[in-house]
Design a protein around this ligand. Sequence first.
Ligand code: FAD
Ligand code: 2HG
Ligand code: ZN
Length: 473
Amino acid sequence: MTPPGLTGRLREAVGDAGLVTDPGQLGGYLSDWRNAWSGAAAAVVRPGSTDEVAAVVRACGEEGIAVVPQGGNTGLCGGAVPDASGRQVVLSLDRMRRVRAVDPVNQTITVEAGVVLQAVQEAAAAEGCLFPLSLGSEGSCTIGGNLSTNAGGTGVLRYGTMRDLTLGLEVVLPDGRIWNGLRGLRKDNTGYDLKHLFIGAEGTLGVVTAAVLKLFPAVRSRATAWVALGSAQAAVDLFGIVRALCGDRLTGFEIMSRQSVDFVLRHGSGARDLFGAVHPWYVLVELSDTLPDAGLDGLLEAALAQAFERDVAADAVVAAGSAQVAALWGLREGISEAQNFEGPSLKHDVTVPVSSIPGFVERTDRALRAAVPGIRIVTYGHIGDGNLHYNLSRPVDSDDDAFRGRADELSRIVYDSTSSFDGSISAEHGLGQAKRDVIADYKDGYELELMRSIKELFDPRNLMNPGKVLPAR
Ligand code: FAD
Ligand code: 2HG
Ligand code: ZN
């Protein structure tokens, strides 16, 4: 039961503007965008400042109520969704949308946690700088969510993950105290680097309220190619060729199986195939440079010429103009949404060493096809980081529920295979509630015990996003 005084205390903390009570507005906070997870809540609060966040966390702590931090709610493993008890409070950062400072000389930007990623990119661009994190969900996801999932995306190859892009944090701890670690320093060796504990913690150690992020010089030229390939091995070989020739200018290297592209061609508006023939695999390669006229098309063509000479590439097109660049990225970024039209998507977000990708794909595909003849394997992702979204859709003309019923068994096949290649079962989306139990079978027990000790140190009463990340005991 919700403590009787809770609503009054929360209203005191955030005012009427920060308390959501209208049942019509609550729904969006209680389930994820795919409706894969849903829950109930004692209240949804939307604090407008760090002090208000602290007041909410303190009030909840005193009433023994758990807090579920939420950003754009675009996460893919149920981390921002409350449980079904109706006793948790959802704390949305969606009113904390201030860019506090941009410092082009220090190459930093200080933003509140609820700022949408695209708004950070735009604020950086307005100062002639680049904030390089780039995700398909960038129009809705927030910096707090990006930090808490250590988001990756399509620029990791050149710029790293959110962890690499962060210099400082401000966090409200589970006891309501505010840790101000908003330092914009590139060097700071004064003991343990606490910010790294909160990055990737999926809201289980505290509520991130603001961050100092790294900026980079603006990109002034790009070249983008779409390459058809006969095998996953050819994609890895192409990666080696382009990287050796283009070095740091290689900023994106994304793979898509034909099955993935087929879904976008079927469901994406205006999507069209680029080549006359059908190929098993495609790669999107992107080069970028800070010089306006860096000769990138020529460089990319030289790399592709080598790939053709070595029989690595089957066909290729270098985009001519921004409309074609957008169309190529549309084919890539449209996969996640397009798969939803084909029945339940069993999502797996794995990494293995890049050199193991061909072996992983071959072995895992074989095992899955033996288990479910006709299964549609939707493999795509950030192959330059060794990160595959190895998603599954049911066979055509088969039953959604029957496929859902086999989800654990099929995920087990994918994860066992990942593990046999020394990989990780979550490359960038996190564990949330989706993988919090299965991780116990794939992570060293001592490592999990250390994680539990950290959780207990910060949150001894288990009131900060409980039921996420750590396996149930
Ligand atoms: P939410 O979904 O709201 O929350 C995610 C987790 O962070 C939850 O555990 C939540 O409790 C916690 N959290 C949120 N805000 C805070 C805070 N202020 N303090 C503490 N904890 C907090 N992810 C990638 O990494 N790479 C991709 O390429 C990528 N592409 C995507 C494409 C699409 C189409 C979609 C829908 C999602 C994609 N994602 C990707 C997943 C998702 O967008 C990211 O994980 C994103 O970083 C989540 O941000 P959010 O604000 O929506 O977080
Ligand atoms: C991407 O890279 C995202 O497109 C989403 O990480 C992956 O929906 C997915 O499985
Ligand atoms: Zn991804």
